[in-house]
Design a protein. Structure first.
Lengths: 395, 395
């Protein structure tokens, strides 16, 4: 394999795309595949598609593909709905496993929906659980024997700061807590080894580094030795042992199948399944090295030419994911000016300009060009026009 | 409008499709629209699609389109995930509304996943709730002041038997219970008037009569006077008052927005959104009359030419949805033989041959032809070969 493999992606002319950490670009083979699924599967095979086109097995088949990217054995990952729902499934299962403990430990670097879903679950259970949110650097020290579950996003969505998966999982297990990892900014960005980590659960989304498309479904990993003890809170028919027996009583399916809920989103899963083929010959260590080279270059060039920007990400690349963020008080306007000139990053409140480096479709020339455009915007205050300073909806 | 509008659908040559109650066929305009969304929205606009292509508003925009088909006012329907999840949201909200009552009443004609989700929720709440399942004809009589929620699928998925939405909702309300309707086999099949019914909740799927495609997302309706009191159990970030403020604390959004959970499945929603345009000039009363005409014709012709089949659906068309079922002990094999000859219905255990009549793309000639093929299969025992009698996976 050689990186980048730009020919595998559709990047619009004149665009340098530094937002694959938010929504991955369109893989070149996806449009034809989606068209085939729509016309030749749904259109031609109608209801028979569930069997002849193997739609019913898509959630585990695609799950296995993702498993290979996160060090998860076959049959331990399944797709469905959204990351929020997967967090809910993992956390409700974790709390079942530790009925005598009442603390869910997370950190302030977690993506808000993980905290919201935990809060919603805790209120619903109404059994005195507490969501304890500490600073990222305080997580390890806050794990004690009151903690039922440690629920952490490995890579901070704003700064790219990473947690040490092995060390934190070990600390959780030493205290008897269940470990849940959110891999939203890890899967496809870093080497991840779920099996070696020993963590009980991992969840993640597939529309970022995995390029599955807007609204691509989420995944959940469950450690295989515990999965058959889980009583699913979301006891949907496709997680049933025999969905098409249409029994009145729920009996959970075997293994990861029990984490399925409802009818799989075949069109989204098909786009994702094709998008994942890009990864077939990618070595995650090589990708990681290339990502670090790009981000190190970016930091160096930005710091040399953009004195107004302050690094918001860890300086040590070993402690960063595949993104780099800078503080700038006029970051919102500067990002709008940058996007208008074809360099697409994004902005996160209050003052963070965020840039993702994805070696699948970026090279050193792109980085240099992006920094040149950015430094010109800052030097000439090109961001300082009402067009950019008037805040619109930010996604 | 004139029915059918066959030119609006892709029906493969030689196929008579009587399974729109399971998966609607491909609307003719959908492939080009999906291709546009993939290439010209995702491909060209990348992350900007959330704003410029209005993806973020899709769940309520499409919800409003469905609202028009089920008599729900603007702003009372939103799309997301699957029907199982929508059942869970509705039931957990209903149980919050009646904290002193412990019975969830449903019937044995409900689709199993509704019962499974209720069971999973009850076990998770662990507050002594009971799922009481009675025969369909006993529901009204079983509603008493212990019942927190009545959770009923209007049209039986096997027989097409309907419940009287107005009468049952009234009975529930008289006893102080909350009413939840599952419209899986109603939306797009029958005139439904949620507003007039007074029911608190309705849920439904969109891959059947609404032709949204395999895995199309589900919808939920909440009566507008109660929605702002709901504390969502699935407290996802897109149901937050200000998702892009990335606050640490969850504050539910206003109105139906709070029933959103995670990132919307843009590709599925786009297919559905285009599919719903077929309905723009459809009068539901006219559609219902055409559906009854087709099903009455089918029953009459089957009973005249297929003596081995016994009607499993109510004989009175006013008590049936848009499908007709027959008992036949060799129904599985007979359905395989029928499908092999281009007449696609489906089979539901133990002995039900199920046929859906969708006047959007079926006419009287199709019905006559389908019955001719069926009667030949039965008369000549064409089903009696190992190819058809050996049971394969049924979907």
């Amino acid at each position: 394999m050689t990186l980048p493999k730009k020919e595998k992606f559709v990047i619009p002319e004149g665009t340098i795309y530094l937002d694959g950490n938010s929504l991955g670009p369109l893989p070149a083979d996806v449009p034809a595949h989606v068209a085939t699924v729509v016309a030749d599967q749904w259109g031609a095979n109608l209801i028979k598609g569930w069997n002849v086109d193997k739609w019913m097995a898509q959630p585990t088949r695609v799950g296995d593909r993702i498993g290979r990217l996160i060090g998860a054995p076959e049959g331990t990952v399944v797709m469905g709905e959204t990351l929020s729902l997967k967090v809910y499934q993992a956390l409700s299962a974790a709390l079942q496993m530790r009925p005598d403990r009442k603390v869910v430990l997370s950190d302030s670097g977690n993506f808000p929906t993980d905290l919201y879903m935990a809060d919603g679950l805790i209120k619903q259970l109404d059994k005195g659980h507490e969501l304890r949110v500490v600073a990222p650097e305080d997580v390890a020290g806050a794990i004690d024997e009151t903690v039922a579950a440690v629920m952490i996003t490995q890579v901070d969505y704003r700064t790219g700061r990473t947690h040490d998966m092995r060390a934190l999982t070990e600390a959780a297990h030493e205290a008897g807590a269940v470990m849940i990892w959110d891999l939203a900014h890890s899967a496809g960005a870093l080497p991840v080894d779920m099996e070696a980590s020993g963590a009980e659960f991992a969840v993640g989304c597939t529309y970022k580094y995995l390029n599955g498309g807007p609204g691509a479904p989420a995944f959940i990993y469950v450690r295989p030795d515990i999965v058959n003890d889980i009583k699913p809170a979301l006891a949907g028919w496709l997680g049933h042992e025999a969905p098409f027996a249409f029994d009145m009583d729920y009996r959970p399916g075997t293994g990861i199948e029990r984490m399925r809920v409802g009818t799989p989103p075949v069109l989204q899963l098909s786009a994702l399944e094709k998008a994942l083929e890009v990864w077939d010959d990618v070595d995650m260590e090589e990708l990681r090295a290339a990502s670090i080279a790009l981000s190190e270059q970016f930091i160096k060039e930005v710091e040399a030419s953009c004195p107004d920007l302050t690094l918001a990400s860890p300086r040590d690349p070993a402690l960063r994911g595949s993104q780099v963020s800078f503080h700038f008080e006029n970051g919102y306007a500067a990002m709008q000016a940058l996007i208008a000139r074809g360099v697409i990053g994004d902005f996160r409140a209050p003052d963070i300009m965020r840039f993702g480096f994805t070696p699948l479709y970026l090279d050193a020339g792109d980085v240099t060009q992006a920094v040149e455009i950015l430094s010109e915007i800052l030097r000439d205050r090109l961001w300082d026009t009402p067009e950019y300073t008037t805040r619109k909806r930010v996604t």
